[in-house]
Design a protein around this ligand. Structure first.
Ligand code: TRP
Length: 455
């Protein structure tokens, strides 16, 4: 089928296809590098407990809101919000703007991950463990990192161009199980290393003295990022779900997979870093993945090359499937507005994205600059985009959509959708309280805090 423009809307082939796709979107670099880093920083078990509590309350409410909104309206973010009246259309516009900001930079990082998987295969672990010179030379080179980003983008575009069933479903069915097996394999190997059990204890034992408001904010931010909330992905994916699917259960399962992989990634990373570099080795974000971990892998001897390949291939899969989901959200929005075919839409988008990625890749060399963000940290181009999307736009969008659903349309609007089909809405009371009271207040605080208005 050339597309669903004009004709019948695309749909998942079944309930599991939806769960797998949503989980594939959620499981990404956030699980692999952000979660373990935060857990190590914020007292291990305390962070894990806080995170899980937030996921089953907040995360559940927000994810359900999006998926039910998508299925009920049968549209992507732009159309879904507009269907409540012209004056709400701007929420859809904000929501759909986020993927536009995120894709170019996620693809750059996707390119880095591709490069590293290749480098482990060809050069072995020793070449990459030089304390960061390899990495800074690579990203500062401009041209090379752009070429890897193009390669990454082309894979993503090709899969989305093939459509919901033939492209996205099929890719997820292969990539996700392999990702799980590889991650579990690395964990098992690492736990046999001497000292690993102490590292595991460091990761899991709650250090309650680390509990703070800052920890809760960090966990909340991670939850948004990890569950791919507030960017319209779940609205689009929800709109492909057939009416007889039990949304309530599906969302539990998605959260279970996403949190499970995050916990597993922690087991994969924290004890190993602890054994080989001590607690000092837990750098943040890119430096953990591209500088600290290569050192850890190298310390494993020959096994390090194997672990390095497996780790970066898992990271490719995780990054690919997340990127696919966000590109699908954009593609679906564009197809609905412009009534164009899927292939044509993807083609036009790829040209736009290649240009945008070029600018960001060059952000590390030709266009290098640094500014100070309202929250105090120094940032260059990639950080700025990350900041605008994750810290400013996402809390704002959640604030607006919870007010719309909780107060304008009333919570019952979503309840009806959840109880459709075979569904039983198990956390209805919790959902009502969160959507009307807790979420709007917390989102407002988060928004004010990250924009620096509330110091
Ligand atoms: N959920 C992804 C992760 O855990 C992050 C993410 C959220 C993302 N939204 C995205 C990645 C959109 C790519 C595109 O890594």
């Amino acid at each position: 089928m050339s597309a669903n423009s004009g004709g019948a809307r695309a749909s998942w082939s079944g309930k599991w296809a939806f769960i797998l796709a949503a989980a594939a979107s959620a499981i990404g670099l956030g699980n692999l590098w952000r979660f373990p880093y935060l857990a190590a920083k914020y007292g291990g078990g305390v962070f894990l407990i806080t995170y899980v509590v937030l996921v089953v309350t907040f995360g559940f409410t927000l994810m359900m809101l999006e998926a039910a909104l998508g299925r009920k309206t049968g549209q992507s973010a732009l159309g879904a919000f507009k269907s409540f009246g012209k004056k709400y259309a701007f929420i859809g516009i904000f929501t759909s703007a986020i993927p536009f900001i995120i894709v170019p930079y996620y693809c750059i990082i996707g390119g880095w991950v591709l490069k590293y998987a290749g480098a482990y295969l060809i050069d072995g672990s020793a070449a990459l463990a030089d304390g960061g010179t390899y990495f800074t030379n690579f990203i500062g080179g401009g041209g090379e990192s752009f070429i890897w980003a193009i390669a990454f983008l082309l894979i993503v575009f090709a899969i989305v161009a093939l459509g919901v069933k033939n492209g996205i479903e099929r890719a997820n069915r292969i990539l996700m199980p392999v990702l799980l097996i590889m991650t579990a394999g690395i964990c098992i190997y690492e736990l046999t290393l001497p000292g690993a059990i102490d590292g595991l204890a460091y990761y899991l034992t709650p250090d309650f003295s680390k509990f703070s408001v800052e920890l809760v904010i960090a966990a909340l931010g991670q939850m948004f990022y990890s569950l791919s909330l507030a960017m319209g992905i779940m609205i689009t994916y929800g709109s492909y779900v057939k009416p007889d699917v039990d949304l309530n259960r599906s969302i539990h399962q998605i959260e279970f997979f996403d949190t499970g992989v995050a916990l597993l990634a922690g087991v994969m990373i924290v004890p190993a870093v602890y054994v080989f570099s001590g607690t000092e080795g837990m750098g943040a974000g890119p430096s953990l993945m591209f500088i600290s971990l290569p050192k850890v892998f190298d310390a494993m001897g020959f096994a390090g090359t194997v672990v390095g390949v497996l780790f970066f291939v898992s990271a490719i899969f995780a990054t690919l499937t997340s990127c696919i989901s966000v590109l699908e959200a954009i593609t679906a929005n564009c197809m609905e507005i412009f009534h164009t075919s899927r292939k044509k839409t993807v083609l036009v988008l790829s040209v736009i994205y290649l240009a945008a990625s070029a600018v960001i890749a060059l952000g590390y060399s030709v266009f290098y600059f640094e500014v100070q963000l309202p929250n105090g940290s120094a940032a260059q181009l990639l950080d700025i985009m990350d900041y605008i999307s994750n810290s400013v736009m996402m809390p704002l969008i959640s604030l607006l959509s919870t007010i719309l659903i909780g107060w304008v349309l009333k919570p019952q609007f979503i309840v009806e959708e959840m109880e459709k089909g075979s569904g039983k809405f198990t956390r209805k009371a919790l959902y009502t309280v969160i959507i009307r009271y807790v979420a709007p207040i917390v989102m407002l605080i988060l928004f004010l805090q990250s924009t620096g208005i509330l110091a």
